[in-house]
Design a protein around this ligand. Sequence first.
Ligand code: ZN
Length: 436
Amino acid sequence: MQHKFIRGKILHFLNNSNDELDYEYFADGLLEIANGHIARIDHWHHFQDQLSDLSQVKHYTDGLIMPGFIDAHMHLANLDALATPADELFSWLNNYIFPAEKRLSDPDYATKISEFFIQQMLHNGTTSAMVFNTIYSHAVDALFNAAEKRNMRLITGKTVGDRNLPDYLLELPEAAYIESKHLIQKWHKKPKTRLLYAITPRFVPTTTDALFEQLSQLKIEFPDLHVHTHISETVKDVEWTKTLTGLSSYLSTYEKYGLVTKGTLLAHGIYLTEDEMQRIAKANAGVAFCPTSNLFLGSGLFNLQKANACHMQVGLGSDLGAGTSFSLLQTLNEGYKTLRLQEQVLPALEGFYLSTLGSAKALGIDNYVGNLECGKEADFIVLDLLGATPLIKRRMSMATTLEEKLLILMMLGDERSICATYVAGKMQYNREVGIN
Ligand SMILES: [Zn+2]
């Protein structure tokens, strides 16, 4: 078995049961990778004497090695509707997003956009994500194929809907069940891959009870499937859902059909009540905080303090499409400001926790990824601590503590700060060379 050794500063967050943020930092550390997994993480001086050939060590002198970023909520089709005018969610969906999804009916386009999407993720240091797809099975195949090629841990699924959508995005509940089941059998935990499938209703206003019945059936047949949907994103969305269902809680519909469990990701959750947050926490499901999207659409401000007080698992999502950047550094930048507007703070360490282990836990994949503990899959990135731009370089030269440097990275950094992205121990992106 071939072992790989990566040396540099290393930071990752540890799982703990209390509310304290627990992390491990090695000012000069070494990662040993074997068979795509972390075999050892330690201080360099502990390793040094045991290595007979130092030339096999890849040393990032000014690099900060961290777990790969995990984007808890993105949309494949929205990539080509990025930065289109939006006055609010629903008009934007009708004017730009639904037509963008229709483009994926062309298999050739679906293959090309999937390839570009995955490349952009890696370029931005994102090694895992939960991605909304479209109604078209071949587009689900295309994204899974692109992720499989790089051995990525990726979650996607066919988007289903049977009301309040343009004709071309509607389908019958039975057809949605059959097509989804076919894709699940083809992709979910496919041997020798790291792929996972998510049951994906867009949200309650586009899903009838008859369709929810079918999705519930799938979850019974395949209990370890993920679930990916939206919840309480805008005031209008919450009101519409209440009118359609006659229920006072948005969450109740998902609960009624057994769709809120570990591995369920509910995007946004800006208008969740405290009671709903506690129910999500109790079910071990997660919510994605998507600040660039929430600010772009003017949806509202996610209350992280309230979510934390309810012990709800929160991950960080770009919600790419409404979100304006693939970069989770840029997403943290907007997250910081979203919280400041509510007189809350986002310390840099908590930000980097959210974008790694926090997202992994929210997606229910923390047994595989999210930190660099021994035995975890070796997805990691190397961040440029020297400074990817003259401005960052200048600020970094004045920073003395790790926290100061992390804050500079998260406020001023973007894809230029990613030196390298490794997936399952293999380098898939290198800033000097580009995408592998
Ligand atoms: Zn979304």
